[in-house]
Design a binder for this molecule. Structure first.
Ligand code: ZN
Length: 277
């Protein structure tokens, strides 16, 4: 199976790329820049988010060449490093789930988030969106934020600019069609960023989002280890990385049922970035 092959290769790459992801964590960057920190409005969550992310009528239509007109993205300032944590006062944290959607795990993650009325970010791969668009539609319906994680999850630093553009653009397009609006956030596979990825992301209206705490669920270290990683890593501004696809993610699913109520009981407000207009 090509897919198995892909994931085996992915693990190998992950092992090598782990340091890339961790390399930048010493320096935090405020999410969204100064404008966001001064914003007085509460973070987008609850019914507000549902309204803001109300799916468009065209969302579930088949993907054809004559689909809806594309929204022209607003170009952003080119960053030199990704955002690693979120800003704002209080005990705010953000949950992110990468590599999906996947029918075996994503629905369980969504159920857990729904149970506690929490919104999260999902960095999806375009090829998975093509296979399971209904899961992205559910993310939209339930107020989650969907980001771009490329089409095939390649190590971008091995690709040329044209290839990187294709990986990112195709994924933004399918997100726009299935989610209802183009993504405003991008995450490089393996946390391996390069200048082209920052530039192209900015051109496509996406901010680069990394993470603060890696649950290491991709190594399948055991449910208890994942729970411990999240609970011991919890702190104001932290962005948590988990995966809802890319391997057996049953530990991730079991773990979130434990650590999610723990974080809420500890007084954390789990948030998503405000939508830029
Ligand atoms: Zn990934």
């Amino acid at each position: 199976m090509q897919k198995d092959h892909f994931f085996t290769r992915r693990r190998m790459l992950l092992a090598g790329a782990a340091t890339l992801g961790a390399a930048g964590t010493a320096r935090g960057v405020l999410a969204g820049g100064a404008t966001e920190t001064t914003r007085a409005a509460p973070p987008v969550s609850g019914p507000q988010a549902r309204q803001a992310l109300k799916p468009s009528a065209f969302r579930l239509q088949p993907l054809t060449g004559d689909g809806p007109p594309h929204t022209e993205p607003r170009k952003l300032k080119v960053r030199r490093e990704p955002i690693l944590q979120i800003s704002g006062r209080g005990r705010r944290m953000m949950l992110t789930f990468d590599d999906g959607p996947n029918p075996d795990y994503t629905p369980h993650i969504l159920d857990a988030l729904d149970k506690y009325d929490v919104r999260a970010m999902f960095f999806v791969c375009g090829e998975c969106v093509a296979d399971y668009p209904e899961l992205v539609a559910r993310m939209a319906d339930e107020g989650h934020v969907v980001g771009n994680h490329t089409w095939t999850h390649p190590l971008l630093t091995t690709l040329n600019r044209k290839q990187i553009h294709s990986e990112m653009k195709r994924t933004s397009d399918i997100i726009e069609h299935t989610y209802g609006e183009p993504p405003q956030w991008f995450r490089a596979p393996y946390g391996a960023w390069n200048r082209a990825a920052f530039q192209l992301g900015a051109e496509m209206g996406m901010e680069p989002m990394a993470w603060t705490v890696d649950t290491t669920d991709w190594m399948e270290p055991g449910t208890d280890t994942i729970i411990d990683r999240v609970e011991s890593g919890a702190a104001p501004g932290v962005v948590v990385l988990s995966h809802d696809a890319g391997g057996d993610r049953s530990e991730t699913v079991h773990a979130i049922r434990e650590w999610l109520p723990y974080l809420l009981d500890s007084g954390y407000h789990l948030t998503v970035p405000p939508r830029r207009v």
